[in-house]
Design a protein around this ligand. Structure first.
Ligand code: NAD
Ligand code: MG
Length: 394
């Protein structure tokens, strides 16, 4: 028998994190769980740490420390709290680490995995959006490996198995269109956070589900694909595909296109990254194209989804533009969820922030350093929050 693989799951209590633990828990003897991290859902974090025999459990919130420590007292499981403790957990040696944290809070822990030359299964797309050049350069320097977990990027990665990236002409990611695909345009301004947080096909965390309705999620994914696969912006597109069965298509220079299809279940992409380069049996529904019926595709309406053009702009501008877009988007999303601004205001806020910050200020040709990225992220958040307060809900 092989030694158990040492695994860590960052953001273990969220949607992707729970999907990851579901797969690990099916053959627990195959894994030694080094660290699990989470947020305020202490019951879930503690239960999972006990159930899977984790050595370390970390909440990213300092004020949750006592609660977690109380839940795990006399279990022998080490407990820690705070953002630094999450990055320290990521830095602990493990054979495979999932980053399923939401938001740019995933950047430092992801970099900690790459700095130790580890294998990073990356669901946290913000890591690549905010600091793609730095992240890829760090992986290249240390020999770390990044395995994409975002379903579209896992799909592209799978289409590229055995292929030469130089022979790729075009990458197309699909988008469901989110909760408001068919909602009358003139009612979008009144859409509530609850309405935006329902997804037609995928069961995901609240923030990414709202980002699917606005297509900020797809904007981030265009940038993610550009940073990870290295194709120029004009050779990466998004199309609407309401059935969510085709996840991405890769067109090669000989005119052939390879598509990746499957049921909308993140455990496929998670499991692919967990077992890569093997393919193991995974507990996901099998595709039945006859039962699925027609597969349809459409060009996204730029008036319904202004976020998409902002994503394309950030891809083209490069530099700090991804970090600025993402941080402004996170702040605008906070304001929308708190009902301080409307649904359609989110794109306005992000565009205003992008207009007022220079994506290349002070940069030479090298990848922006971590300090520069974090400063741009902080400034974009402050500006977005300020702009949001000037927008009054009518
Ligand atoms: P989620 O909200 O369900 O879970 C997020 C996790 O991150 C939780 O464990 C939470 O405790 C933790 N977390 C929150 N704030 C944190 C912080 N400041 N520091 C450290 N940890 C923090 O999110 P999710 O839907 O699972 O998404 C996670 C990531 O995966 C996101 O980047 C998302 O875009 C990406 N993703 C998700 C899906 C999906 O199906 N949910 C699909 C593709 C990509
Ligand atoms: Mg995706």
């Amino acid at each position: 028998m092989n030694d158990p693989r040492r695994v860590s799951v960052l953001g273990a209590t969220g949607s992707v994190g729970q999907g990851t633990l579901d797969l690990i828990a099916r053959t627990p003897k195959d894994y030694e769980v080094v660290a699990l991290t989470g947020g305020r859902n202490i019951d879930r974090l503690a239960d999972d740490a006990i159930r899977l025999g984790a050595r370390l459990a970390v909440t990213c919130f300092d004020d949750c420390y006592q609660d977690l420590a109380a839940r795990l007292s006399s279990t022998g499981i080490e407990v820690a709290a705070g953002a630094e403790a999450v990055a320290d957990a990521a830095a602990r040696p493990a054979d495979w680490t999932m980053s399923a944290i939401v938001g740019s809070a995933g950047l430092l822990p992801g970099l900690a995995v790459l700095e130790r030359g580890g294998t990073l299964a990356l669901a946290n797309k913000e890591t690549l959006v905010a600091a793609g050049p730095l992240v890829m350069a760090t992986a290249a320097r240390t020999g770390a490996r990044i395995l994409p977990v975002d379903s579209e990027h896992s799909a592209i990665f799978q289409c590229l198995r055995g292929e030469d990236i130089a022979s790729v002409e075009r990458i197309t990611v699909t988008a469901s269109g989110g909760a408001f695909r068919d909602r009358p345009l003139d009612t979008l301004a009144d859409a509530t956070p609850e309405e935006a947080a329902t997804h037609p096909n995928w069961d995901m965390g609240q923030r990414i589900t709202i980002d699917s309705a606005s297509m900020f999620n797809k904007a981030l994914e265009l940038i993610e694909a550009h940073e990870f696969f290295g194709l120029p912006p004009d050779r990466i597109d998004a199309v609407i595909h309401p059935e969510s069965l085709v996840h991405a298509l890769v067109t090669f220079r000989d005119g052939g296109t390879i598509a990746h299809l499957g049921a909308p279940d993140m455990r496929h992409a998670i499991g692919h990254a967990l077992h890569w380069p093997d393919r193991r049996v995974l507990p996901v529904d099998r595709l039945d194209l006859v039962a699925a019926g027609a597969l349809t595709f459409a060009v996204p309406d730029p008036f319904r989804y202004p976020a998409l053009a902002l994503g394309r702009r950030a891809m083209e501008e490069g530099g700090l533009s991804g970090a600025i877009l993402n941080a402004a988007k996170e702040a605008a999303l906070d304001a929308f969820v708190a009902r301080r601004i409307g649904f359609t205001d989110m794109a306005l806020v992000v565009e205003r922030v992008m207009d007022t910050m220079s994506p290349r200020a002070g940069l030479d040709d090298a990848a922006p350093s971590l300090d520069v990225v974090l400063a741009a992220d902080a400034e974009a958040r402050t500006r977005a929050a300020g702009i949001a307060t000037t927008i009054t809900r009518g």
